[in-house]
Ligand binder design. Structure first.
Ligand SMILES: Cc1cc2nc3c(=O)[nH]c(=O)nc-3n(C[C@H](O)[C@H](O)[C@H](O)COP(=O)(O)OP(=O)(O)OC[C@H]3O[C@@H](n4cnc5c(N)ncnc54)[C@H](O)[C@@H]3O)c2cc1C
Ligand SMILES: Cc1cc2nc3c(=O)[nH]c(=O)nc-3n(C[C@H](O)[C@H](O)[C@H](O)COP(=O)(O)O)c2cc1C
Length: 771
């Protein structure tokens, strides 16, 4: 096979040598515009796992890298005068030059032709090639040439960074944070050979501009960073080897990260098959240090497929398989890198001034959301246990004598006069099983089972404030005393037989009312007996939905009074907390979203107006709800539809509810419009809880695809939320909390005494399965 690699970075060189090794008959050329020892950048980092993978494919290269690399396990945070260190992270650092030289030498030894100082203009310059590898980096000319085929999606990120080096040697991966009068800067620092350390300085665009760095040349930029990080540099200088940059050009040394992904990775140009590899087809932010890993793994996968399938005739099929195989892994890594990158983009405004150093460290270590709580335990059990102890102590648990501190999930939490014994909440879930709004034995057993199952707080389903406030005829209500007494029976059971607290979610269905039961045709009108609907504006939910009437001021007053009466009944029934349901497109939510609120009066328009009536309802229920009991507010923090509310609006709305006296925001999303396009995933709504908690300064509940103790621990420990609500896991397993405690070996949660022998067997079976 005749192969030409355009671009002699890690991707092009490694693929060339692997293919030459696979079959010495292949004629392979790598064309590189730089000179062999002339390269930008300092050190790159990859994990131990990447090294193992490389060793399996070419031991010589792996050996040479291993001799040259610096290995370290520790991560050290320098923040607000504190230094916190944790171990077990396993990185390999190597100079980019060194890495390329090793790959170049190995290419030469195997007989790959290396052509330096040649700027390849086009794939068409190599008409004899069966296969052209476009390994020409992030600004790939080949990708641009065939942009219509490859459909690149390039996003430029807001932070500015400069890639420097220093001779000060650090013995761990260091993260340094420094505050200036305009905001925070951070440095990512890692040693990569015996004399040099990479030193990347990063800050948001506005902070960068406020310091005039957009007007600074390379020298001035370096002087600024040296002064800012002087205490860490201990007299050493910062160095630039950005020879490709104009030293006098202002601002030029500071760049923005570009996230690249492509819909298609290969193309037949009429003579040769052209395929993208490495940064040309995907980039990963340095916050997770994996761009080189991805480039090397692309090379390995394509080689593996050629090894399986054979020569020239197999190229089209191999390239299809290559994209299919790599796309998934790359996306996973890009998502993790994206989380880590975003963490560094918002750290100055969201975490630096909010989180104490211990929690800041935890938040930083879990920034990609790939390293979980239990994974941290595997890496450094001592550090994690120290953190758990710190966390528990802050939550008021006496841990000094305890052999093992409770993990964050099992620490208590207090809102006003209500203390929950752990951070697990049974999320409100409509059961569509009430008759005339009265909860019955089904509800008693349903909540009873979940109270005995260990959750700290149970929310009753959306309970409606009037008959016409119901979603379906099966919805529970609280508009009469009979309903109050039926709820009281359930609340009393929960209080008498468990330590769980019991909450009630109060709501009005608005335009989503008068529909069929959840397991029938949900959201579709009743076949008979529909009642008229009200909403912020006269817009139906779906094509077959009833058109609601736009609410008048008199409607608002009547419904506010209904909420007040229901709240008074909830107090009498003994509920510990009330949640105002302002999410999911129901009545209050229909006011908050611009998609459903198109009013021209004081209750429509900007967010303050849209929130006006929901805030009036909140104030009215707060006035009659006992002072010592908290109120939560559930919001749809994103409408998942163009023109709708986004996380930024949710922050503004949460701020308004905080001013009105809300105690905690329950951060859900969507269900506001029928044609929403949510982006689902593990813990997918937690970023909203995180942002609101740390930007608004109000406690939050995270909810949505949280289904393991590890998730809850991660969220709570990192300060991304204060409680975690789980809905579907509690449908599958009423004793979810007890079971998860057993799985992570936590003994400090009480099982109902009647069930103790079940506990022993459950634990024994788990131990047996683990063994
Ligand atoms: C600040 C920073 C820190 C980073 N840190 C890490 C890290 O810690 N770990 C990590 O894994 N990755 C890191 N990366 C990313 C890493 O450098 C890249 O992901 C990796 O080098 C990709 O390899 P590649 O071969 O695809 O592209 P490149 O390394 O960019 O190589 C492309 C090559 O093609 C050549 N070229 C381009 N166009 C032409 C042309 N027309 N003709 C001839 N030659 C051409 C270029 O000169 C270059 O040598 C970092 C990146 C940055 C910016
Ligand atoms: C059967 C069912 C009924 C639900 N009813 C309500 C409800 O009454 N009020 C509410 O705010 N959310 C309701 N939800 C949404 C859940 O509270 C929760 O936000 C959502 O299911 C995501 O959490 P999960 O991934 O743990 O299931 C319901 C969910 C389910 C599965």
């Amino acid at each position: 096979m005749r192969i030409v690699c355009i671009g002699g970075g890690p991707a092009g060189l490694y693929f060339a040598l692997l293919m030459k090794k696979l079959d010495p008959a292949h004629r392979i050329t790598v064309v590189e515009r730089n000179r062999p020892y002339d390269t930008f950048g300092w050190g790159v980092v990859f994990s131990d796992a990447t090294m193992d993978n490389m060793r399996a494919w070419d031991a010589e290269t792996a050996d040479a890298i291993e001799v040259a690399f610096n290995h370290w396990d520790d991560i050290e945070l320098h923040f607000k005068g504190r230094c916190i260190r944790s171990g077990g992270h396993g990185f390999v650092g190597i100079g980019r030059k060194k890495l390329l030289n090793i790959l170049q030498r190995r290419c030469e030894a195997l007989g790959v032709e290396l052509v330096f100082e040649t700027d390849a203009d086009s794939d068409a310059d190599y008409p004899d090639a069966d296969l052209v590898i476009a390994s020409d980096g992030i600004n790939s000319r080949i990708r641009q040439k065939y942009a219509e085929v490859f459909e690149p999606d390039i996003v430029t990120r807001p932070n500015r960074f400069i890639w420097l080096g220093t001779t000060r040697l650090f013995d761990a991966f260091n993260f340094l944070f420094e505050k200036t009068e305009h905001g925070w800067f951070q440095a990512h620092v890692y040693k990569f050979d015996d004399s040099t350390t990479t030193f990347i300085v990063e800050t948001p665009e506005d902070v960068w501009r406020a310091h005039g760095l957009d007007q600074a040349n390379v020298e001035q930029s370096i002087a600024f960073c040296e002064q800012l990080f002087a205490s860490h540099l201990q007299g050493h200088r910062l160095l630039s080897n950005a020879r490709h940059l104009d030293p006098l050009k202002r601002g030029s040394a500071w760049i923005n990260f570009q996230r690249v992904r492509c819909r298609r990775w290969h193309h037949f140009n009429g003579r040769s098959h052209v395929v993208l590899m490495g940064d040309a087809v995907h980039t990963a932010h340095f916050a997770i240090g994996s761009g080189t890993k991805l480039a090397l793994e692309d090379a390995i996968e394509l080689t593996r497929l050629f090894k399986q399938a054979g020569g020239v005739e197999a190229i089209p099929a191999v390239l299809e398989k290559y994209q299919a195989a790599r796309e998934v892994d790359v996306l996973r890594l890009q998502n993790a890198a994206w989380n880590a990158m975003e963490w560094f983009e918002v750290v100055g405004t969201r975490y630096c001034d909010q989180l104490p150093p211990e929690q800041f460290m935890y938040s930083m270590l879990t920034r990609s959301q790939r390293i979980s709580h239990e994974n941290l335990r595997l890496r450094d059990a001592t550090w994690l246990e120290g953190y758990e102890r710190w966390f528990a102590r802050r939550a008021g648990v006496a841990v000094d004598g305890a052999a093992r501190p409770p993990s964050p999930m099992f620490t208590p939490y207090t809102l006003r006069g209500m203390t929950v014994s752990n951070r697990v909440v049974v999320s409100p879930m409509a059961m569509y099983s009430a008759t005339d709004g009265v909860p019955d034995d089904f509800h008693l057993v349903h909540f009873g089972a979940r109270a005995l199952g260990g959750a700290g707080l149970l929310y009753a389903e959306m309970t409606c404030v009037s008959p016409d406030a119901r979603i379906t005829p099966g919805c529970a209500g609280l508009w009469n005393d009979g309903q109050r007494d039926a709820w009281k029976r359930i609340v009393d059971f929960v209080h008498e037989h468990s330590s769980a607290k019991m909450g009630l979610q109060l709501g009005h269905a608005g335009r989503k009312g008068s529909t069929q039961l959840g397991w029938q045709r949900a959201d579709e009108p009743l076949e008979a007996g529909n009642w008229p609907l009200l909403s912020a504006s006269a817009l139906p939910y779906g094509p077959t939905s009833q058109r609601p009437r736009e609410m008048t001021r008199a409607d608002m007053e009547r419904i506010t009074a209904d909420f007040v009466a229901a709240t008074q009944r909830a107090a009498a029934a003994g509920f510990d907390i009330v949640e105002l349901h302002c999410a999911h497109g129901y009545l209050l939510s229909s006011f908050l979203s611009p998609l459903t609120n198109q009013r021209g009066d004081d209750y429509g328009g900007p967010v303050e107006n849209r929130a006006r009536w929901p805030l009036e309802v909140f104030a009215a229920i707060r006035a009659v709800w006992p002072e010592a009991r908290p109120i939560s507010v559930r919001l749809s923090c994103h409408d998942w539809f163009p023109g709708g509310n986004t996380a930024e609006d949710a922050v503004a709305i949460a701020r308004l509810f905080k001013s009105a006296g809300a105690d905690i925001i329950d951060c859900s999303s969507g269900q506001v419009v029928a044609d929403q396009k949510p982006v689902y995933g593990r813990m997918y709504q937690t970023p909203f809880a995180d942002r609101i908690r740390n930007e608004v300064g109000i406690p939050t509940v995270a909810v949505g695809a949280i289904f393991e103790a590890d998730h809850v621990n991660m969220v709570i420990a990192a300060g991304r939320a204060d409680l975690c609500a789980l809905a579907r896991p509690h449908l599958a397993d009423p004793a979810w909390t007890l079971h998860e405690a057993a799985k992570i070996g936590f003994e400090g949660i009480a099982w109902p005494v009647q069930y103790l022998s079940g506990r022993s067997q459950y634990q024994a079976n788990l131990r047996r399965a683990q063994a």
